[in-house]
Design a protein around this ligand. Structure first.
Ligand code: ATP
Length: 447
């Protein structure tokens, strides 16, 4: 199957995302708000499926994992203990002429990339958003919007151990919003100031951490492949020692080949016992672990696979995009039409099955509705009877719907419908009574 060899054009992706209801600019009618985006009716389904696939793979399907949903607002001491108050900053420079601000570590020259003006000295800019808790700002406590979900997991480590009686090695997974006042957001939903993370903190006995790091790196990499991202667009990059975060002993990034270059989808870090030790010190509560087998008390080491929901969703969306030339149907035409098709994995596609009556003819309507009711009880479904059947197939191809079910006049006699596969465009005819079973089977195993 021909798939794009060059990266898709971002303008086309942006316009398709808006036109079909995947992603809208936030507060668009007011001119938008820098780097914030809203997921529309189809985007919210795609993103939800990404999160469900992650949760199933790292929490539900594993015996050694449990889940958590911690609050965005946390005690301010959390961020002192974690090192974020001190270290979570980027070097910021400002142009003396146009006053635009940049991250100095992202500039290749010593002058403003926009107007060529001279730049100020770099100063550290903390990326955490601050706000106040309580009704009176002056007396209220200053709190932060969490810049990562991880700390909610660390501070709950003793609660989870007590509540679940889990023994090492085991992990806690969480999906939730995080906020960073990025200096240079951009590239669509790749770098925003409000985003969602999917994070695991996996607690292990010190000394077994390197083995567990490798195992998580492999399984997380394969997760992206299993949901349709092509291997040639993924790579693993190990951090150089001078690049490691203040808490990390070793880190691998899973990177995707975005249209603008390689960018991080997920970081998998060996965080050692840094966070548990720090919270133990700062809170005065014990965050160590008593090992029943060896009768020792120690601080577990932590392996952290930390990915972005928005970045993963964008990568799945981009990687699935394709433009296929169809053979020309007229002798005087060199090239046929171009079919825009999204090959989203069937578990991620926003709509799984579309029901398309051949026409709006009244006679077809009751049967079409009956088939649609059957389908939507079982699958994410859409009913579309506007315009020609060819156009409707195109619309479903564009949004990545794996299966279209067509109801035609023969259906009225034989109660059979046609199922069309998005990728091969092959069609089969089968009785309505077998439809859900066959579709369930195809969704599990493919066409
Ligand atoms: P980057 O180097 O791109 O800023 P990071 O190394 O700071 O990312 P982490 O702190 O490791 O990122 O966060 C884990 C994951 O959260 C990232 O791999 C990414 O998928 C996601 N993420 C981080 N910052 C953003 C952001 N500003 N917008 C969207 N997703 C983000």
């Amino acid at each position: 199957m021909p798939r794009f060899l060059v990266s898709p054009d971002m303008d086309k992706i942006l316009s398709l995302s808006k036109r079909r209801g995947f992603i809208f600019q936030s507060s668009e009618i007011y001119g938008g708000l820098g780097s914030t985006w809203d997921y529309g009716p189809l985007g919210v389904e795609l993103k939800r499926h990404v999160k469900e696939a992650w949760w199933k793979s790292v929490v539900a399907d594993r015996d050694d994992m449990v889940g958590l949903d911690s609050a965005i607002l946390m005690h301010p001491r959390v961020w002192e203990a974690s090192g974020h108050v001190e270290n979570f900053s980027d070097p910021l420079v400002e142009c003396r002429i146009c006053h635009r601000r940049f991250r100095s570590d992202q500039l290749s020259e010593d002058k403003c990339p926009d107007c060529g003006g001279a730049l100020t000295e770099a100063r550290n800019f903390n990326l955490m958003f601050r706000t106040h808790m309580g009704p009176v700002e002056e007396t209220g406590q200053e709190v932060f919007l969490r810049p990562e979900t991880a700390q909610g997991i660390f501070v709950n480590f003793p609660n989870v151990v007590n509540a679940t009686r889990k023994k090492l090695p085991f992990g806690i997974g969480q999906i939730g919003k995080a906020f960073r006042n990025e200096i240079t957001p951009g590239n669509f939903t790749f770098r925003t100031r409000e985003f969602e993370q999917m994070e695991v903190e996996f607690f292990v006995k010190p000394g077994t951490d390197e083995e567990w790091l490798n195992s998580w790196v492999q399984s997380r990499f394969e997760w992206y492949v299993s949901l349709g991202i092509r291997r040639q667009n993924l790579r693993l990059r190990r951090h150089d020692p001078d690049e490691l975060a203040h808490y990390a002993k070793d880190t691998y990034d899973i990177e995707y080949r975005f249209p603008w270059g390689w960018g991080e989808l997920e970081g998998i870090a060996d965080r050692t016992d840094f966070d548990l030790q720090r919270h133990d010190q700062f809170s005065g509560e014990s965050l160590s672990y008593f090992d029943d087998e060896s009768k020792e008390r120690y601080f577990p080491y932590v392996i952290e696979p930390s990915g972005g929901v928005d970045r993963a969703t964008l990568a799945f969306w981009l990687d699935s995009y394709d433009e296929e030339s169809e053979p020309s149907t007229k002798p005087d035409q060199k090239q046929g039409n171009v079919r825009v098709v999204s090959h989203l994995h069937r578990k991620l596609a926003p709509i799984t099955v579309a029901v398309l009556p051949l026409s709006r003819n009244e006679k077809l309507n009751p049967t079409s509705r009956r088939v649609y009711d059957l389908i939507r009880r079982n699958f994410n479904a859409q009913f579309d009877d506007a315009q020609s059947i060819g156009r409707r197939y195109r619309r479903q191809d564009e949004i990545g719907t794996p299966y279209c079910v067509t109801v035609d006049f023969d259906t009225l006699d034989d109660d059979q419908v046609t199922v069309r596969d998005r990728d091969t465009m092959n069609q089969i005819r089968l009785p309505v009574s077998e439809l859900t079973e066959v579709l369930h089977d195809k969704l599990e195993h493919g066409w």
